[in-house]
Design a binder for this molecule. Structure first.
Ligand code: GUN
Length: 296
């Protein structure tokens, strides 16, 4: 048996085409183009690539994007000043501060300063709290992308054992909250899972990962999840993007897991494209929320 490979590029194209139509309808109705402001501090090469990909995706969907570059020597106050300016600019609907920020900048302080109604990453404590309570305003891009991918391949989460490895604020923690809730707006079949959140201190990790009907690898360790750690027939989602001497690899040993799993996401071309796509979705959502706030 060999797993079916989940095609993130194909699903992304599908969703981006839907978003493009919704953006066009919004522009026709309200005469305002949804606008995303991206803040890039420093010269991190991977961040430059991510931001460029996000800009291109915006352009394809008819969303206006603005890039604000700041020097690696910027202070927390410098970045806060820009964020404040973007918060107050009615032309800007979404604000994305690309991570990681340089050591001279306090990421927490900066992310907390983004207005929750423009917080298209869903990193603000207000948005995290709303997700936790099962009534999100925005869904974080990578976890949302994963759920969209599963949904569009007809893979349900309801009643399944989902094992997540990695407890980051960007992926692991919000993913656990979203899947454990009753319904976060994507249908009860894409929630209601029994979730186990594993991390570096988990004892007997292999016993845990082997319980997963759906196994989500998001700990940033190249090819860490090997075939023997996977329950036969499991759905395996690889969130890792690791640059190694051998090139770009995920957190899953792709060749080793392929014969064991029923479905597997590749790296690249799996979860990555969906993360960018869901940012477009959130920018459109933010634009709608701001429009509603103006007219109420
Ligand atoms: N760096 C890595 N992933 C992300 C993300 O989802 N959003 C932002 N802003 N930065 C990131």
């Amino acid at each position: 048996m060999s797993a079916e490979v989940l095609d993130g590029k194909k699903i992304s194209k599908e969703i981006q085409a839907e978003i493009k139509e919704r953006v066009a309808a919004f522009v026709a109705t309200f005469d305002h183009t949804p606008t995303l402001a991206a803040v890039l501090v420093g010269e991190d090469p991977a961040s430059q690539v991510y931001v460029r990909n996000k800009e291109r995706a915006c352009e394809r969907a008819g969303i206006h994007s603005q890039l604000f570059r700041m020097s690696a020597q910027s202070t927390t106050e410098d970045v806060l000043e820009l964020v404040q300016q973007l918060n107050e600019d009615p032309a800007v609907n979404g604000i994305l501060v690309q991570l990681p920020l340089p050591p001279s900048v306090d990421s927490q302080v900066v992310l907390d300063a983004v207005h929750p109604i423009k917080d298209v990453d869903a990193f603000h404590p207000t948005n995290v709290g709303l997700i936790s309570q099962g009534r999100p305003q925005f869904l974080p891009c990578t976890p949302h992308g994963i759920i969209q991918m599963l949904k569009r391949y007809g893979i349900q989460a309801n009643g399944k054992n989902v094992v997540i490895v990695g407890r980051s604020d960007i992926v692991g923690k919000p993913m656990a909250l979203m899947l454990a809730n009753r319904d976060i707006g994507l249908g009860p079949e894409m929630a209601n899972a029994t979730v186990t959140l594993c991390h570096s201190r988990t004892s007997d990790l292999k016993a845990m990962t082997r319980m997963g009907d759906i196994l989500i690898a998001a700990m940033g360790q190249p090819e860490f999840i090997t075939g023997d750690m996977v329950k036969p027939g499991a759905v395996v989602v690889d969130v890792g993007i690791n640059r190694t001497d051998a090139g770009l690899v995920g957190d899953v040993d792709y060749e080793g897991v392929l014969p064991v799993a029923s479905y597997l996401t590749p790296v690249p071309g799996g979860v990555g494209p969906l993360t960018v796509t869901m940012l477009l979705e959130n920018t459109l959502t933010a634009t709608g929320l701001q429009r509603a706030a103006i007219s109420s």
